[in-house]
Ligand binder design. Structure first.
Ligand SMILES: *Cc1c(COP(=O)(O)O)cnc(C)c1O
Length: 442
């Protein structure tokens, strides 16, 4: 056989750096299995690839899986071969993400058609399958530990449901989460185990942290987290911004409003823009927790304890992905305010927006999407030539009591949510003492 004349260039994998820059860059596998960098920073791709103008021009003619396969290949294709990557994409996105027209210029990208009817399904399903790929040659099962105060448990548990080689243990505080939230991870069985902790959410978090730092336990069991800042949850969220753009009427400037808490979703949008997606401006929509809006106005970032609101998945006083935004813009307040606007609303304003939108258009908003819907309307008062979509991050029935009280009418629970409620609750009760949790994991 003839020797090739030229040595083929070795394919360099994409590296991920920590936003704190105190540890060496990691491979995708390392970043996904660690979740957070050793210096407590968040992982970011070292190079952000730019999509070609042909790809961008062809977006309106492509399907969601076609778009996502291409984007996933560009980002992950050097670390995961084509065939398994295609499977990951198709299994993760086994639901629709429709764009719905709500009013003139104002569209809604419905991200809530996944198993738990919240947008976190997208990131959790990608994470589960990427983790499965990276642990495929392990001989012992990987145990994902997750403490939840509500929705995360359901999204992670359903994301990992039936994924071979991985078990999930969800810890939740007894009597402190809603029945519908509880049912989303306590009725699943298979590789999902729910621990009802006689204590608070902080107790649950403490138990998980202690387990990760327990050398004796880690020598015996392979433990990992499904943290919300894991790059395999964060990066795939960039994909649906391209799909939103693809479904919009073309020809006008595009503005996108994002209901924000930890800002993972919005930062993924900024990543899409950096990859070439033509978005004129992003709008950070917040509830009374307006730390980011304050940063936009004053260039000062002052994290503080969160305030409870009716859009409670956004009750965050110290958004973790702020570090990623700083990283993307090299800390330049000028460049950040050139790309992002901020609007914040009180509970009364959120209720008003839900009611106004339903009365005028019959579109049912949940309290989180209502912040973004209102922000987009307010933005259009200054820029009426633009088109825009806002993200709807949860199905309104997930916040049934709030929505019904605002609209003064009952709303049906979709079959998918009802099915969880009809399932048989299977949980194991434990105390809040670490010895009990350790004995369970042993
Ligand atoms: C988690 C969540 C958000 C906030 O998303 P971030 O990425 O943390 O900004 C918004 N709405 C709903 C319904 C959520 O569950």
């Amino acid at each position: 056989m003839r020797q090739p004349l030229l040595q083929l260039p070795t394919i360099k994998t994409m590296k991920y750096h920590s936003t704190n820059h105190q540890v060496p860059p990691a491979t995708l596998k390392e970043a996904v299995l660690q979740g957070m960098a050793g210096d407590n920073g968040l992982y970011m791709p070292e190079r952000i690839p730019r999509m070609s103008s042909q790809f961008l021009a062809a977006l309106p003619y492509k399907t969601l899986p076609e778009i996502v396969e291409r984007l996933a290949t560009v980002l992950f294709g050097k670390d995961i071969p084509a065939a398994p990557l295609r499977d990951i994409v198709h299994e993760a996105l086994n639901f629709e993400i429709p764009l719905v027209k709500v009013a003139k210029n104002r569209y809604c990208l419905e991200l809530f058609h996944g198993p738990t009817m919240a947008f976190k399904d997208v990131g959790a399903r990608f994470l589960a399958r990427m983790m499965q790929y990276f642990t495929r040659n392990e001989t012992v099962a990987t145990n994902v530990l997750v403490a939840t105060s509500g929705d995360t448990g359901g999204a992670v548990a359903n994301g990992f449901l039936g994924v071979p080689g991985i078990t999930v243990t969800v810890l939740y505080p007894k009597g402190r989460i809603s029945r519908i939230q509880e049912s989303q991870f306590t009725t699943l069985g298979q590789n999902i185990c729910a621990l009802e902790v006689n204590g608070t959410f902080d107790d649950c978090q403490r138990l998980v942290k202690q387990a990760f730092s327990d050398k004796e336990l880690n020598a015996r069991r392979k433990l990992t987290s499904a943290n919300s800042i894991n790059p395999a949850r964060f990066i795939p969220q960039a994909f649906y911004y391209f799909w939103g753009y693809a479904q919009m009427p073309q020809g006008r400037d595009l503005v996108v409003a994002v209901p924000s808490g930890n800002f993972g979703n919005l930062t993924a949008g900024l990543l899409a823009k950096r990859m070439g997606l033509p978005v004129k401006r992003f709008i950070a929509a917040n509830n009374a927790n307006d730390v980011f809006g304050e940063y936009l106005r004053t260039a000062e970032f002052s994290p503080r304890p969160s305030i409870p609101t009716i859009a409670n998945a956004m009750d965050v006083g110290n958004p973790s992905n702020f570090a990623r935004i700083m990283d993307l813009y090299r800390g330049s307040h000028t460049r950040i305010t050139a790309n992002i606007s901020g609007y914040a609303y009180t509970d009364a304003q959120i209720r008003e927006e839900m009611k106004r939108t339903f009365d005028k258009t019959k579109y049912l908003l949940d309290p989180h999407g209502a912040c973004a819907s209102q922000a987009l309307r307010e933005y259009f008062e200054t820029d009426f030539m633009a088109n825009g979509f806002f993200l709807e991050t949860a199905h309104p029935a997930k916040f049934k009591e709030t929505v019904e009280a605002v609209l003064g009418r009952s709303i049906p629970i979709p079959g998918k949510l009802q099915a969880f409620m009809n399932g048989i609750k299977q949980t194991i009760g434990i105390s809040n003492r670490y010895e009990d949790f350790k004995a369970f994991l042993w």
